[in-house]
Ligand binder design. Structure first.
Ligand code: SF4
Ligand code: SF4
Ligand code: SF4
Length: 405
């Protein structure tokens, strides 16, 4: 007998429990435990260097509360060296990736330089708003010289607030650098009704930026109040990317719509055994701050209670995060029972992993989804559903799989 019925759907069954079983199985295999991080079972772990928590912009849609952006938080040479020591002592180095992160990491350019020059055998991705790059030709030249191991991820739309509506004209040097070094630009749509957004995004594609990621702002009531407008805009962009001539595979994060569970369900294929929530904090991601403290990720690094170790002394296996994760998992998905968002009422089709730190910030419980997350998920669900359905109807999905065969 069905334990409950998901609202507005034909799906029945104890979906949260099914999904929880999967997570528990991962946990039994070591996820969220200290050994899982160090035993090398997972494909890779990304270590985030939090170069500084300061930022030279104050985007209204920043994914973290503005109180977290603080001065005097620059990482030091000593912490960088200790982190690299700890990494080589603790991990299989072939399975480690490095991310240069902030705040705005180029505000601490001397340490970015020190890291990449000293440990030049590794590859790095720098996530930046691009402003320092734009203002400082010498920094751009340095980045270009390091293109053999330095990719960029530029939050391009952030620049509008300081450069004005013609910011893309003014930011050309940064776009050229992304093209030269490789990487992506991230366009966060704050207001889907702002004139010119569609044209700006198309322009980024036409200019040849390798990957253009488009997403909705998450912290605004706007994802609720303008939900339909977001969906319309994203469908138009998807039409341009996939259905207006040669599909631009490999240039958008939306390619995932051709392989995720929404697509699989439409095709009658077995669903992937991965429910929502699988964000990977403290498992696939670790962050090191300016004091050398280790956290499950960059966002959790703002919460001292989530500290899981120190690069000088290693992991603390009695840390709150490791102890509590087991208990929290028992509550996982309880709050998704009422989900009215997911395709076919099936939470395994939830398009985006919950951000546990965002949940903690908004609801006080890392496993209770923040309402803004689910409102943003409505937009993603509609976008993925649109792409999958149209790709199946037009045969674009076959073209995608042929290209990958
Ligand atoms: S540039 Fe990034 S970190 Fe800085 S305020 Fe904007 S969204 Fe936040
Ligand atoms: S949309 Fe929200 S409520 Fe629904 S499954 Fe995803 S996280 Fe849970
Ligand atoms: S908790 Fe949020 S910020 Fe941290 S890794 Fe998960 S999704 Fe990313």
């Amino acid at each position: 007998m069905a334990v409950f019925e998901l609202k507005n759907s034909k799906a029945v069954g104890d979906l949260p429990l099914q999904c929880r079983d999967v997570i528990k199985r991962y946990k039994d295999e070591g996820m969220f435990d200290i050994d899982s991080i160090t035993d090398g079972k997972q494909e890779y772990t990304t270590v985030y260097f939090l170069m500084t928590q300061d930022c030279n912009l104050r985007c209204a849609y920043c994914y973290q509360p503005k109180e977290f952006r603080q001065k005097g938080t620059g990482i030091t040479q000593d912490v960088i060296d200790s982190t690299m020591d700890w990494v080589s002592r603790t991990f299989d180095e072939r399975k480690i990736k490095f991310s240069i992160f902030g705040g705005e990491p180029f505000l601490n350019f001397p340490m970015v330089q020190y890291l990449c020059d000293t440990y030049c055998m590794y590859r790095y991705v720098v996530t930046t708003n691009g402003l320092v790059l734009l203002e400082n030709q010498a920094v751009r030249a340095w980045v270009l010289r390091h293109k053999y191991h330095l990719n960029l991820s530029v939050s391009i739309s952030a620049l509008r607030s300081v450069l004005g509506d013609d910011y893309l004209d003014k930011a050309q040097a940064v776009l050229d650098l992304v093209k030269a070094n490789g990487g992506d630009v991230h366009y966060v749509v704050d207001d889907p009704e702002r004139p010119g957004i569609y044209e700006e995004i198309i322009r980024l594609y036409e200019y040849g930026v390798p990957i253009v990621r488009v997403s909705s702002a998450r912290h605004w009531d706007m994802v609720r109040d303008k939900n339909e407008q977001f969906k319309d805009l994203f469908r138009r962009i998807a039409d341009y990317v996939y259905f207006g001539g040669q599909p631009k595979f490999g240039r958008s994060q939306w390619d995932i719509a051709l392989k995720n569970n929404i697509y699989r369900k439409m095709k009658g294929m077995p669903l992937k055994d991965v429910p929502p929530t699988f964000c990977g904090c403290g498992y696939l991601y670790l962050a090191v701050n300016n004091k050398g403290e280790i956290y499950p990720c960059d966002f959790f690094a703002n919460y001292p209670e989530f500290k899981i170790g120190d690069v000088r002394s290693g992991f603390n296996d009695t840390a709150f995060f490791f102890k509590k994760m087991g208990e929290w998992i028992d509550e996982l998905y309880e709050h998704c029972r009422e989900c009215e968002v997911c395709f076919d009422g099936d939470i395994r089709c939830c398009p985006r992993a919950m951000c546990l730190a965002e949940n903690y910030t908004v609801t006080g419980n890392p496993l209770k989804p923040a309402p803004n997350h689910c409102w943003a998920n409505r937009i993603e669900t509609a976008t993925y559903e649109y792409i999958a359905r149209k790709a199946i109807e037009t045969g674009v999905d076959r073209f995608y799989y042929k290209g990958r065969a």
